[in-house]
Design a protein around this ligand. Structure first.
Ligand SMILES: [Zn+2]
Length: 251
C-alpha cells in the first residue's frame, strides 16, 4: 500500500486536487496512490484497493491532462528540427538523418506515453499505424531530396533553395508526424474511455498508409531514374559527388 493522501491543514483543496490528478496521470489512485490500470483511470472506475472513485478533478478530463503535458518542448522540437534541416539542406541528403533522428526522439517524448494508455491490441495497431505514418513521411522527404538534388550542382542559388526547401520540409514533416500521431491517439483514448472494443475500421488507416508508402517508394525509384537520365543527357556542368552517385544508381 502506498502513502495515503488526505486533506490536511497544510494543503489547500486546489493543491490536493492537483496532487490527486498527478497521481492519476501516473496511473495511481488519487487517494491511496496504489497502482491502477490506465483503463480504470480513463473510465473513472473505482480503485481496487480503497474503493475511491478515480475521478479527474481538473478541467477537460484526464485526456486534457495528458494533452497539456510537454506542449512547449514539442514546439521547441519543431523549431529545432526545422532550423537544423535548413542548415543541413546544403549537404545532399544530410537532412534526412536529422529528420529521422528528430522523429524518433519526439516520438519517445510525445507519443510513447499516450500509447501506453491504450489496451494491448489497440496499442499494437496504433503503434503499427504510427510506424507506417513516420516511414511514409520519411520516404516522401527522400523523394523531395532526390528531386532537389540537381540543384546542388548550381552553386549559390541552388544551395540556398535546397536549404530553404529542406528547412520547411523538415519542420512540416515533424509537425505532421507528431500532431497527426497525437490526433490518432486522442481519438483512440476517447474510444477506450467509452469502452468501445477494437473495430475492424481501425485497420483502415494502416492499410491506407501502407498504400501511400508503396506509392512514395515507387516515386523515389522513378525520381532516381528521371533525375539521373536528365543529368546524363543534359550534361549539366559542375556535377557534385552526389549527382555522380545518382547517375551510378540510375544506370
Ligand atoms: Zn485507492
Amino acid at each position: 500500500m502506498g502513502p495515503t493522501v488526505s486533506a490536511s491543514a497544510s494543503i489547500s483543496p486546489a493543491e490536493l486536487s492537483a496532487h490527486q490528478d498527478a497521481l492519476l496521470l501516473d496511473r495511481r489512485c488519487g487517494r491511496c496512490a496504489e497502482r491502477t490500470s490506465a483503463l480504470a483511470v480513463l473510465r473513472g472506475s473505482t480503485c481496487g484497493a480503497c474503493d475511491a472513485h478515480l475521478t479527474w478533478n481538473g478541467r477537460g478530463g484526464v485526456l486534457a491532462g495528458l494533452d497539456a503535458q510537454r506542449v512547449l518542448p514539442r514546439r521547441l522540437g519543431y523549431v529545432l528540427i526545422g532550423v537544423s534541416s535548413g542548415l543541413l539542406g546544403v549537404l545532399p541528403f544530410a537532412q534526412l538523418i536529422v529528420q529521422a533522428a528528430g522523429l524518433v526522439v519526439l516520438h519517445l517524448f510525445q507519443l510513447r506515453r499516450p500509447l501506453l494508455w491504450l489496451s494491448p491490441r489497440r496499442r499494437l495497431l496504433a503503434r503499427m499505424t504510427l510506424k507506417l505514418w513516420g516511414s511514409t513521411l520519411l520516404v516522401a522527404s527522400l523523394f523531395g531530396s532526390i528531386v532537389l538534388a540537381p540543384l546542388h550542382a548550381v552553386p549559390g542559388l541552388g544551395t540556398l533553395l535546397n536549404a530553404g526547401a529542406h528547412g520547411v520540409a523538415g519542420a512540416l514533416c515533424t509537425v505532421l508526424y507528431i500532431e497527426g500521431g497525437l490526433a490518432l491517439l486522442r481519438r483512440r483514448l476517447r474510444w477506450e474511455a467509452e469502452g468501445r472494443p477494437l473495430a475492424a475500421s481501425e485497420w483502415g488507416p494502416p492499410l491506407v498508409l501502407l498504400g501511400a508508402l508503396l506509392g512514395f517508394a515507387t516515386l523515389v525509384i522513378g525520381a532516381l531514374a528521371a533525375v539521373s537520365y536528365a543529368l546524363r543527357h543534359l550534361s549539366v556542368p559542375g556535377t557534385t559527388r552526389i549527382v555522380e552517385w545518382l547517375l551510378s544508381v540510375g544506370s
